[in-house]
Design a protein around this ligand. Sequence first.
Ligand code: ACO
Length: 432
Amino acid sequence: MTDNKQATVTFSHNDTSCELPVKSGTLGLHAIDIKTLHKFTGTFTYDPGFTSTASCSSKITFIDGDQGILLYRGYPIEQLAEKCDFLETCYLLLNGELPNGKEMRTFVKLVSEHTLVHDQLTNFFRGFRRDAHPMAILVGVVGAMSAFYHNTAQFKDDDYRQIAAIRLIAKMPTIVAMCHKYSTGMPFMYPKNNLSYSENFMRMLHGTPCDDYLPNPVLTRALDRIFILHADHEQNASTSTVRLAGSSGANPYACVAAGIACLWGAAHGGANEAVLVMLEEIGDVSQIDSFIEKAKDKSDPFKLMGFGHRVYKNFDPRAVLMRQTCHEVLNELGLHDDKLFKLAMQLEKIALEDEYFIAKKLYPNVDFYSGIVLRALGIPTDMFTAIFAMARTVGWIAQWDEMITDPEQKIGRPRQLYTGAAKRDVTPISSR
Ligand code: ACO
């Protein structure tokens, strides 16, 4: 990040004023550095939803929402999705560079050595109702990992942070699969370390001790692509949550649990699950028009799930890749005639041609297609967001690591514009 010495913005308020430097990153918009605004003018900024506010500088992910660009460490998502697998992408996000063959072999070995969870951790599952939502279980169990690996004094230590990242990436598939097995009353499956990351997860999810699971390369590649596309997305709500929780020096596993809680919401990671729920509610192609009208009706809270994005206002580059994967999976499984998939494709077509959606720049986002792919892979709808959490874990931990090592890092503490009662006196209860 550079200070653009020529560019400043002058801010005046009553009889105070200050010069605010304009900062430039490597790519993207300029930012007015308002750090001194309060000190010099006694005012602060108001920005609900942080639509105009950068909370940090970061070298990890770049998004240009207007151009539909997504870069991890400078590499376009399209190239990573074509040429790399998920663990290569993890290495890149964590270390800043793509691995060579030797580095990759070492990294894969390290991850596979940490796939087992502490046996004691399995006890936590039994405290949950069998019908608990997998995200509720995941928040609890990942948070519980902090009890197994806690030493706040070591957060500044590179090796501690590296092993925390490896543990989280390695154990998340095991824990996510356990969430599913627990809710279906099936025995937990141990990881099998000679399988790839996606194969291992599919086996732990779908396999049983009685029948071995034979991975289908088209399907495991599709899942791997879902992981790559969801691995990081700069300062979104859940990542900001992880950074904010971590800014106080909290345990990284607890911070990731906070990120999982935030991701759960339907406006964020819950969207792919919400897409399937919506498709089931629409039920039939003949109902699409009435649901499109509901989505346009301001007095109706209904929104077309899987459409629109806070940042991508022309297209979501991940959606383009996921759409391609969606068709590959449907072809592989001969599912193009499935009622729900036909409905989804028809909804996509109608919404893309509708004036309201065109005018508001509402396009299908990655979750519209990833929900359809996950369903085709035989993954229950209530597991979708847990799978998103599994993919995003590397992004969360890479961002947490960057935050901990950032010399500008401070505890996150937004301000508020107070609109409550002015100062007043308490009258005793007997007089009220
Ligand atoms: N269906 C119908 N109308 C919509 C939709 C939608 N899916 N999304 C936005 N709009 C409308 C809004 O009502 C608003 O209309 P207005 O200008 O008349 O008030 C306008 O489009 C702008 O929408 P905002 O909600 O202001 O946009 P914002 O950037 O705040 O929200 C969001 C983006 C939350 C993703 C929103 O589009 C949405 O709720 N979409 C559905 C949920 C979804 O798919 N989320 C997944 C996001 S991707 C991810 O997390 C990986």
